[in-house]
Structure formats: structure tokens, C-alpha cells
Design a protein around this ligand. Structure first.
Ligand SMILES: Nc1nc2c(ncn2[C@@H]2O[C@H](COP(=O)(O)OP(=O)(O)OP(=O)(O)O)[C@@H](O)[C@H]2O)c(=O)[nH]1
Length: 332
């Protein structure tokens, strides 16, 4: 088996909205990750992450046909095989890969494929597993979602995000909990200057080995218990103020049920510059304005990942709050 030219793979995981894409955008700006290929998996009918990752399109692969650890695992293997072939034929040049999982993925089966699948091991080598943990929601999320704890458990590096939005004591409590779940992992901050270097030097796969065996009987026991991805499209631009009031209200009233909201929004007052809206449980993050639409599709597209509520409840509120009329909705 030729090992010299194997491309290192970083697996980037972390619960819904914990800051994976933000960290990825930071990483790909670092010299050691500049020529990486990025593979993104999303949960929901509408893929938005590819629009939010600042990376050259030809070095990006999107898997949005389900969750990477279950239905998409074959697609992931096929994608990696295809990338390796293109690289060998000189059609594509990259020195490493980053795989961003969905916030709900169990990373263990992906790690299993990466380390034992004979169609991958000649060309790829697992380098590190990085898990983002949101300092605001992390403690509650770890208690409520077993998947979040598994993501922490397999990490080589834990990156605690959003410490700027919480008090020091909460962050310290979270770090103590993380160290108890996974004492081998390093704990870092997304703003650490040497993060990219540490990532490419972190020693690998040691942390996840203990659960590797257990994972042969991957049961697909996803946290999909009542967890629904609901995607909504509006053809017409919306009123920005009404829209933002509505997101605030929804997060305030239904934050516990609203695990994630992510959307690209056309606003009537400035239709050529889409807004990116993001909410994670009760936290509504500041809106960002994109300089232009990232593709031909200029419709508002929003993905809600909810638990414990009927997504039609959300649909009913659009009209009531004067946001506009949706043109379609799909639930997965
Ligand atoms: N204040 C603050 N906001 C952050 C930080 N990291 C991420 N965010 C914000 O949190 C929101 C979600 O971040 P993403 O990077 O999209 O999270 P994600 O894990 O990729 O989300 P999913 O792919 O939907 O699971 C965005 O609005 C980010 O700008 C941080 O360290 N501080």
C-alpha cells in the first residue's frame, strides 16, 4: 500500500449551530489548509452551507442526501474515491480534505470507513477529529442529545465557540465537563492563532479508538427522535424588519424546540444583497449581508430544524406576522 501520498483528512463535527462552518471558513484561510478539498454534509432539503463556505467551488463537494453517518456514508466513500482518482490523474490538486458533518452525525461510523475501508485507505489518512462545542448551549445540549456527547467523545481537539456570548463561569463549567467526557482531547478556542498548525499536528485517532469496536453495530440511533428538518421557500422578497422581528419572536417563544434556523433571505429594500439569518435555540445571531447572491437562485430559503413541535406551527406564523407568503415548504 502506498502511504507517502495519502492525503490527510480532518473530520469537523459538532452539534447543530455550534460553529463548524465558521471554523471551517477560518481554517481555509490558513496556509496549511489553503489547498484543501472540502466535503460538506447537510441535514434538510435545502443545502445552504455551500453558500456560506468561502471556498473555491471546484474544491467542494456537497452531500445532502441524508445524514453522513447513515444514508450518505456510501456517497462519502464514493466522493473520496472520486477525489483521489482525480488527484492521481492530475485533474484536481489538493493536499488535504476537511469533511464537515451535519450537526446530528455520529462521527464513529465515518471514522470507521476512513480507517478500514480498503477503497479509501490507500489514498486517505485520518488526521484529526475536531468537534465544536457552543459555550452558550453546550451544557444543555450535552444533557439532551446523546449525539453531542459522542461527537465530544471522539474528538482529538475540542473547540469551544461563542465564549464571547457567555460568562466565564459557564465556559469553565463546560470545559470541565468536556474534559470529563474526553480527557484525551485538547481544548482550544476558535481564535487561537495556531489552531490550523495544531490541527495538522494533532495526533490522531487515538481518542476515538475506544468506541470504534462498539461501532460495528451502528444502529442509526440518531437523535432524530422527533427531530425534523423543515425547509421553506419564498419567491418574493420579504420585509426585513418584519422578518427579523418574527425570527426574534420565534427564538424567544420556541427556542427550546427550535434547534437551528438558517436562511438566505431576499429583502424588499435591498434585493440584490441577500441577508444570512442564523439562530441556534434561543440565540439569534447577528444578520450578515452578502455583497451579492452566491448563485442564480434569488429566492429566500430557510431551513428550520425543530424538535417537539409541528413545523406547520412555524408556517402559520409567517402570515400572521406580516412576513410574507411562502411558496413552498418541505419536511424531512
Ligand atoms: N458570537 C459568536 N458567534 C459565533 C461563533 N461561532 C459561530 N458563531 C455564529 O453561530 C451561528 C452558527 O454558526 P455556524 O458556523 O453556521 O454553525 P454550524 O455548526 O456550521 O451550523 P450547522 O451546520 O447548521 O450545524 C452563525 O451565526 C455564526 O456566526 C463565536 O465564536 N461567537
Amino acid at each position: 500500500m502506498a502511504t507517502a501520498n495519502r492525503a490527510p483528512v480532518t473530520l469537523l463535527t459538532g452539534f447543530l449551530g455550534s460553529g463548524k462552518t465558521t471554523l471551517l471558513n477560518r481554517l481555509v484561510r490558513q496556509p496549511s489548509f489553503a489547498d484543501c478539498v472540502v466535503i460538506v454534509n447537510e441535514f434538510g432539503e435545502i443545502g445552504l452551507d455551500n453558500l456560506l463556505i468561502e471556498h473555491v467551488e471546484e474544491s467542494m463537494r456537497i452531500l445532502n442526501n441524508g445524514c453522513i453517518c447513515c444514508t450518505v456514508r456510501g456517497d462519502l466513500v464514493d466522493t473520496l474515491v472520486d477525489l483521489a482518482q482525480r488527484r492521481a490523474q492530475g485533474m484536481l490538486s489538493f493536499s488535504r480534505a476537511v469533511i464537515e458533518t451535519t450537526g446530528l452525525a455520529d462521527p464513529a461510523p465515518i471514522l470507521h470507513s476512513l480507517t478500514v475501508d480498503p477503497s479509501l485507505t490507500p489514498d486517505w489518512v485520518l488526521e484529526s477529529v475536531v468537534t465544536t462545542v457552543d459555550a452558550v448551549n453546550g451544557n444543555a445540549t450535552l444533557s439532551a442529545h446523546s449525539q453531542a456527547a459522542r461527537q465530544v467523545g471522539v474528538a482529538d481537539l475540542l473547540v469551544v465557540t461563542k465564549t464571547d456570548l457567555t460568562d466565564g463561569a459557564t465556559a469553565v463549567r463546560l470545559r470541565t465537563r468536556l474534559a470529563a467526557i474526553n480527557p484525551q482531547a485538547e481544548i482550544a478556542s476558535p481564535t487561537d492563532n495556531d489552531l490550523a498548525r495544531r490541527l495538522s499536528e494533532t495526533s490522531l485517532a487515538a481518542a476515538w479508538r475506544p468506541i470504534h469496536g462498539a461501532h460495528h453495530q451502528h444502529t442509526h440511533e440518531h437523535d432524530t427522535n422527533g427531530l425534523i428538518a423543515h425547509s421553506v421557500v419564498f419567491d418574493e422578497p420579504v420585509d426585513e424588519a418584519a422578518f427579523l422581528d418574527w425570527v426574534d419572536l420565534l427564538a424567544a417563544m420556541k427556542g427550546e424546540n427550535l434547534l437551528r434556523v438558517k436562511g438566505i433571505v431576499a429583502v424588499a429594500s435591498d434585493p440584490s444583497r441577500p441577508r444570512i439569518i442564523q439562530a441556534v435555540q434561543h440565540v439569534v445571531h447577528p444578520v450578515t449581508v452578502m455583497a451579492r447572491w452566491p448563485s442564480e437562485d434569488r429566492r429566500t430559503r430557510i431551513v428550520f430544524i425543530v424538535q417537539g413541535i409541528d413545523p406547520s406551527v412555524i408556517d402559520r406564523t409567517f402570515k400572521r406576522y406580516g412576513v410574507g407568503s411562502k411558496s413552498s415548504a418541505a419536511t424531512a
